[in-house]
Structure formats: structure tokens, C-alpha cells
Design a protein around this ligand. Sequence first.
Ligand code: NDP
Length: 284
Amino acid sequence: MSAKIIDGKSVSLGIRQKIKQYVKEFTANYGFEPGLAVVLAGDDGASKVYVKNKIKGCEETGIKSFAYYLPENVSQKEIIYLINTLNGDDKVHGILVQLPLPRGIDEEEVLSHIDYKKDVDGFHAVNTGNLLLGRDTIYPCTPSGCIVLLKYEGIQIEGKHAVVVGRSNIVGKPLALMLLKENATVTICHSKTKNLKEICRSADILCAAVGRAKFITADMVSEGCAVIDIGMNRLDGKLCGDVDFDNVKEKASFITPVPGGVGPMTITMLLSNTLKAAKTQCAK
Ligand code: NDP
């Protein structure tokens, strides 16, 4: 069997078209656009590219972006002051603080100041708690993108055994909770897991969020498994996932490539979250 390769780029483009239409309707209804504030502190090259792409995504869909570029030596107090100002700004419906923040700044403390209704990254404790309770909330972007891809391809989640390798607060844990919300039976694996290979082989849906190039090999995957590769690693100067794509694709039923799989979905989900947050805040 050779897997169907899930084209995240094309799915993402289709969703952005829909978001553009909904943004148009929102703007006609309220007389202003949904607004996203993006805060970048420091000179990190990769962060600059992410921020540029987020702003570009806003432009493409009609969302108004407000960019704040802060110097590397900005203080924690100054960032929190800016967040508090943005919390009180009616034209700003979403606030995104690009991570990592400069050394010495407590990221958790900074993020905790974002009004949870404007937390379009879905990292705030209130949104995380709502996710744990199975309530509708603002979901973290990358895990959201994975669920959308599974549904788009018509891959059944309910009743299936989903294995998530990785338990970070931004990918692994929320993804596991979202799969649980979709009624999968979920196993979370991490660096202390015993018998990882056997557990992975028992998966109907295998999600890799490890951060190690080609970590999931063909002998860890059963025939017909749907494989979602979240990893973004550099190998010999090239972008590469956590899954040994060339060999695993011969066994899987579906597989996401890197690049072009989950990656393009992340910013699209951010735009979707911004629209959702704007609607929630403006609903009377
Ligand atoms: P983290 O480093 O925060 O987490 C990695 C997880 O993998 C940890 O839970 C760790 O376990 C687990 N792990 C490490 N080694 C092993 C092992 N040998 N066996 C089993 N589990 C292991 O990474 P993130 O969750 O932030 O990111 C994961 C990957 O996803 C990265 O490649 C990152 O670049 C990518 N990513 C992609 C995004 C996208 O838009 N496509 C967005 C965000 C991330 P333990 O907890 O025990 O240490």
C-alpha cells in the first residue's frame, strides 16, 4: 500500500478562501474588520519570518493586523503594559505574542496577561482548562490543523486508537485532548514511555510531535495507519518531519508530508481563531 499524501497547502488555501468570505460578512455587519495584534520582541530570524507570514495571512483574508516590533532589550514590564493596552482595545480581537521572547523574560507570566478571549494561540490557562473539560474554546493552532486535516480526508476518529508521541503544552497534550473530544481512544507517549514501538504499531492514527528527524520508522507503523507528522526539523539543510516519510508512506493509508502537511495549517488556524474571537467579543 502507498499512502494518500495529505496536501495541507491545498486544504489550507481552501479554508483561507472561506475565512476571507466570513471576514467580509463580519466587516459588513459590524463596520470594522476582525483585528489581530502581533507582538515581536527581539531580532530572532525565524520569528521574523513567522510574523511576516502571519501578517501576510491577515492581508490575504481581510483581517486587520497591528504589528508591534519591540527591541531585544525590552523589559517584561513593558511587554505586559502593551498587552494590557491591547486587552482594552476594541479594534483588537486577537493578541499573539511571538515566542521565544528574549532571554530573561518569563514567557508564561507574559502570556498569562493576555485576555483569554483574545488568546488566539489558545495557550491561556482558561482556554487550556476549557479544552480539558471538553468545552468549546479557542483551540491551539497546530493541533487544530491536525484535526481539520483528518476530518477533511474523511479519516474516522471516533472509536479509533490515536497515539500521540510528544506531550508538550503547545502540541502533544492539546492534540491528545482534541482527539479525545472527537471520541478517539488516546494514548500519549513521551521520552519515558516503555515499548514505544509496540504502542505506535497499535495506532489507527499516529501523530508525531517529537522534534527528532525521521524518528518514526516504518517498523513502528502498522499497515493502513493514518500518520500525521507535526515535526519540523532541519536535516542536511533541508526541512524534515519526525516521520521517515519515504518508508512509512509505503505502509500508511494517509500521511502528511513535511513541508506541505501540518505546517501550512497552523497560520490558517490562527486566522480562523481570530475570526472566532472577534465574533465572540462582538456578539451582543
Ligand atoms: P517539545 O520539545 O516541547 O516536545 C517534544 C516531545 O517529544 C516531549 O514531550 C518529549 O518527551 C517527546 N520526546 C522526545 N524524545 C522522545 C523519545 N525518544 N521518545 C518519545 N518521546 C520523545 O516539542 P514541541 O511539541 O514544541 O514540537 C514538536 C515538533 O513539532 C518539533 O519538531 C517542532 O518544530 C514541531 N512544531 C511544528 C509546528 C507546525 O506548525 N507544524 C508548530 C509547533 C511545533 P518528554 O516530555 O518526556 O521530554
